[in-house]
Design a protein around this ligand. Structure first.
Ligand code: IVH
Length: 675
């Protein structure tokens, strides 16, 4: 039923925003969704409807509002912290913690025990959140402690950061301090994704959290959604009745923040040591990386008496956990060829038990890393489990180096296909440039067929792996040599699905130059660059292939790294041959091709077409949607705005109904297009 009353609309919006956020947390952070996708979408659509009717009631934190980094500018805007963000002094041993306690009591001029609050030291990125009249206004990184960076837009996407304080009478200004962390599971997932994309993995969860907050372009929303915030201090806006750190933590909880569950009051230094020992014992079972404990004098009046040094308070200390390190011997250094062609040296270690697991391999990352640490076969090394589970070689023990051990060199050829390995200027990674290298082939074929590239429907992971394993695809172009008969012989492939695959291949042959360039998987050539190039050369691939480096470099938006990568790739006779093959096999695109309009009534909407559209045709429909600013994609997801169903629609219609995506017929589409 439509809402006619403004106050009721406001209440409904508040409820819907809170409810959607709660379900986002269950879905993204807890892996425990309570709603089906369709039910979630119904809530979301209701919110969109109420907001459309009452546009001035749209809340800044509404999930319908786009989130992203600040647009433009070379860097994040600086934010001066009104109260400096200090760091903590460290204690590394029981003796050092006792010395801290004695200093505190000397400064307080007391021999009686003093109370501390014990907290976990979370290993993430420190941030400050400024709430004015209970609303989140500015969020910033710690920076140098005095001036940080404005990352408000990204922080608004972190689900455990409330947009409003849950306080009846919020203070005029509150400064909340805490740590943004990435749970270990999300960290592992993110690194797997980065490796699959040929990007450097993050070395630890701290860097991953900080890096996520500082995303500027093409902000990855899922990544921000996987972050969590834990509050540990109120630097300004503390309620008058709060006299202790324990009160402050209780107040933070009341205001709607997540506060570490482990925190508790310790009655004296012995109790603090017990807290530390208990935390250390649970270290490996915690879902987030914790690198120690923090002890803070509980009473604020005592904190004031003890005072603060320029860099750190005298009333608090971090008691670090011992690093999880062991010694072992490097038995060999092997080179792995990743699915993206990266050649990674890996130390084969005499198995050693460290931080709860047996480690027998450790990545040495790249040639520079091996040289910097000077790791040689036969060396005794210190290994540590950093962050999650990625074992690292920390350093060599030079005294234990066997005589005659030789410095390690990266091989000049790919150990799998023997192609000459290349290392682009300014890059740390050495790569096998051969698109058909067996180590890379399956990955390349999948990329080639993926949605952003040639968009070959039905050529999924399982099928590609079979095709490569059975030698049916030895080069990327071989997919266009497949016929229905060959496919029918494969696992779980009936005549009908084989025919569908062949039809999909036929459709994919007609593409755009931008898609074709993406499909080639040239380093540094992603969607944005491919569009620029296709536009610049108006669909003329030969002109691009024969262009000198200076010409490519001069295209706005294309830098020297990209130009170098393109020129190298097109200089490789294997790649040129492969491109010729693809053209000979019927892959084609229009010259003078068009781009999706940057404006129009359908901007931001995604469409999926299914079935035949009499009198319009799919290509024509696609072109008109794109002219109106919309996007056409191949498969239906929660994010699809509309499914356009013609005659004899396929399974996409059922999928749309299942997900609650709006379905249009041809007339409906034409109405949206404005004719
Ligand atoms: S209190 C003046 N409490 O450790 C108090 N810090 O070196 C300063 N950290 O920059 C911070 N967990 O990023 C505090 N429970 C906790 C913490 C914590 C992690 C980080 C924080 C800070 C660094 C101090």
């Amino acid at each position: 039923m439509a809402i006619s009353d403004r106050a009721e609309a406001e209440r409904r919006i508040d409820w819907l925003v809170a409810e959607l956020k709660r379900h986002d947390i269950l879905y993204y952070l807890r892996d425990r969704p309570e709603l089906s996708d369709a039910a979630y979408d119904r809530l979301r659509r209701e919110l969109e409807e109420v907001e459309a009717r009452w546009p001035d009631l749209v809340r800044a934190d509404s999930p319908t509002q786009r989130v992203g980094a600040p647009i433009g500018g070379a860097s994040f805007a600086p934010v001066e912290h009104r109260v400096p963000m200090l760091s903590l002094d460290n204690a590394m041993s029981e003796a050092e913690l006792r010395a801290f306690d004695e200093r505190v009591r000397r400064l307080l001029d007391t021999t009686a025990p003093v109370e501390y609050v014990g907290e976990l030291k979370l290993d993430g990125a420190a941030v400050e959140l400024i709430y004015e009249a209970g609303r989140l206004e500015v969020g910033s990184t710690r920076g140098d402690g005095r001036v940080g960076e404005d990352v408000t837009a990204n922080l608004r996407a972190v689900l455990t950061i409330p947009e409003r304080l849950a306080a009846g009478q919020p203070p005029a200004l509150a400064s909340i301090r805490g740590e943004v962390v990435i749970p270990l599971q999300a960290f592992a997932r993110l690194n797997r994704l980065r490796e699959a994309r040929g990007e450097e993995p993050f070395v630890n969860p701290r860097n991953a959290a900080a890096g996520s907050l500082r995303q500027r372009e093409e902000v990855d929303l899922e990544r921000l959604r996987s972050l969590e915030f834990r509050a540990y201090a109120i630097a300004e806006g503390l309620p008058a009745e709060a006299a202790t750190q324990a009160d402050a933590l209780a107040c933070l909880r009341e205001w709607g923040f997540a506060v570490s569950d482990a925190a508790r009051v310790c009655r004296d230094v012995d109790d603090a040591l017990a807290f530390h020992a208990a935390a250390l014992a649970t270290r490996d079972r915690l879902p987030i990386e914790v690198d120690g404990t923090v002890f803070k004098l509980n009473r604020f009046d005592q904190q004031r008496d003890v005072g603060t040094l320029p860099r750190s308070p005298r009333w608090a200390i971090a008691f670090k956990f011992p690093p999880q390190q062991e010694h072992t011997v490097v038995e060999a250094i092997e080179v792995n060829v990743g699915r993206t062609g990266a050649l990674t040296p890996v130390a084969k270690l005499r198995p050693v038990f460290v931080g709860g697991v047996t480690v027998s391999n450790a990545s040495l990352h790249n040639q520079d890393e091996v040289e910097r640490k000077d790791v040689r076969v036969g060396d005794t090394v210190v290994v540590q489990r950093a962050g999650d589970v990625i074992p690292q070689v920390v350093r060599v023990v030079p005294a234990l180096r066997p005589q005659g051990a030789k410095p390690w060199r990266m091989p000049s050829r790919c150990p799998v296909c023997r192609a000459e390995a290349v290392r682009l200027e300014g890059e740390a990674v050495t790569r096998c440039p051969n698109l058909d290298c067996p180590a890379q082939l399956a990955n390349n074929v999948r990329h080639f067929a993926s949605r952003g590239a040639l968009d070959i429907e039905g050529l999924g992971e399982k099928l590609v792996e079979q095709l490569v394993a059975q030698g049916l695809v030895k080069r990327v172009s071989d997919v266009f040599r497949l016929d229905a008969e060959t496919l029918t012989g494969l696992d779980r492939m009936g005549a009908k699905s084989a025919a569908n695959r062949i039809a999909a291949l036929e459709r994919a042959r007609q593409t755009t130059l931008a898609r074709f360039l993406i499909a080639l998987g040239i380093r540094h050539v992603g969607a944005g660059v491919a569009e620029l190039l296709a536009d610049h050369y108006a669909g003329d691939l030969d002109a691009l292939m024969n262009a000198p480096r200076e010409e490519i470099e001069a295209i706005p938006g294309v830098g020297p790294t990209i130009a170098e990568s393109l020129v190298r790739s097109f200089a490789d006779p294997r790649n040129r041959r492969e491109i010729e093959e693809l053209r000979a096999l019927g892959v084609r695109w229009p010259k003078g091709e068009r781009r999706v309009a940057r404006e129009g009534p359908l901007l931001g909407k995604t469409f999926v077409l299914t079935g035949t559209l009499p009198g319009l045709g799919r290509d024509e429909a696609k072109r008109r949607i794109e002219d109106a600013g919309g996007k056409v994609t191949a498969s239906v997801s929660k994010k699809t705005s509309y499914v356009v169903a013609g005659a004899d629609p396929g399974s996409k219609l059922a999928k749309a109904e299942e997900l609650g995506v709006a379905v249009l017929d041809q007339a409906g589409l034409e109405a949206l297009l404005g004719d």
